[in-house]
Design a protein around this ligand. Structure first.
Ligand code: F3S
Length: 296
């Protein structure tokens, strides 16, 4: 059994920063309560670790926070009103919104104020999309499929942005349909480069191997996209959250196995998966793994 680790596996810089800032905030504010606006990242194991350190998840900071406390705004960002309410009540926050997401907030707010109809290509239930919509008075049209465009009434001025983790193919289809239907469109490709690079490298890796393992939260949008991309190329693709989900029978006949992970998957979970794979194999795959991990 040979394993190849995706060169982009693991935390993206936005998630790394959010976790580092949260740990620093806990350390520097030992006498205070630390909250996060929703789960900090889409990874159950990481949020459980934070809970053990006393961090509490809340959905409504201005209502739920006490006076001597602070709230961390997650990398997915938050609607404008959440910031306004926190500030108006004199509460404190640490803003860990990823810069790629903050850029979308700025675009959407500016274009909304200029009279553009805002459209977001993405998942209406994803916190990032809910946050973006909150920068244009929650009036955006959210498109998760290009066919939705055909049913829209006509708007004079359109501003279209993308959820940072949307798949490149879906974005392309939605963008083309919007351009065909509306004359005056301003389109901003706001897919983040970390997502784009990871999707490309997963597709490349899926071409080369007999089976693929995608590690990441079952609720993580970017992990699910990686799974779809890989499954289309390599039918033996398996999405797992931790080493416990790994099934030996799925990998028995595979000589070469690719391993990729979503942007919110910590290194220690990747390592545990590979350690478990070592139990299935007579060869020293850990050595190979250490080499590929060092070269990341
Ligand atoms: Fe930011 Fe992209 Fe990660 S938007 S949080 S760097 S997936």
């Amino acid at each position: 059994m040979k394993i190849i680790l995706d060169r982009n596996a693991g935390f993206c810089f936005g998630v790394k920063n959010a976790i580092a800032e949260t740990l620093k905030t806990i350390e520097e504010n030992k006498q205070k309560k630390v909250y996060t606006y929703g789960p900090l990242i889409h990874n159950k194991q990481v949020t459980e670790e934070l809970r053990k350190k006393g961090v509490i998840e809340i959905e409504n900071p201005a209502e739920d926070m006490g006076a001597d406390s602070l709230v961390v705004i997650r990398s997915h960002g938050a609607p404008k009103k959440i910031f306004e309410d926190i500030i108006s009540k004199g509460l404190k926050y640490v803003n860990c919104t990823c810069p790629f997401v903050s850029r979308i907030h700025r675009i959407v707010e500016e274009k909304y104020n200029e009279g553009y109809k805002i459209m977001i290509a993405g998942d209406k239930d994803h916190p990032e999309v809910i946050g973006i919509n909150g920068w244009c008075n929650n009036e955006a049209i959210i498109l998760d499929d290009e066919k939705m465009v055909d049913k829209l009434t006509y708007y004079d001025k359109i501003c279209l942005v993308a959820q940072t983790t949307i798949s490149k193919n879906l974005w392309h289809r939605i963008k083309e349909r919007v351009k065909d239907k509306f004359k005056n469109t301003e389109i901003f490709d706001t897919i983040c480069s970390a997502t784009e690079n990871r999707q490309k490298s997963v597709a490349d890796l899926a071409e080369k191997v007999d089976a693929m393992i995608i590690i990441g939260g079952f609720n993580s949008s970017n992990t699910l996209k990686l799974y779809e991309i890989s499954k289309n190329i390599c039918p033996k693709t398996y999405h797992i959250e931790t080493a416990e989900d790994l099934l030996k029978e799925n990998l028995m006949k595979a000589e070469t196995i690719g391993i990729a992970a979503g942007a919110s998957t910590p290194d220690w979970i990747i390592k545990e998966v590979i350690e478990k794979m070592q139990d299935f194999s007579n060869e020293n795959i850990m050595e190979e793994y250490e080499k590929s991990f060092k070269s990341l």
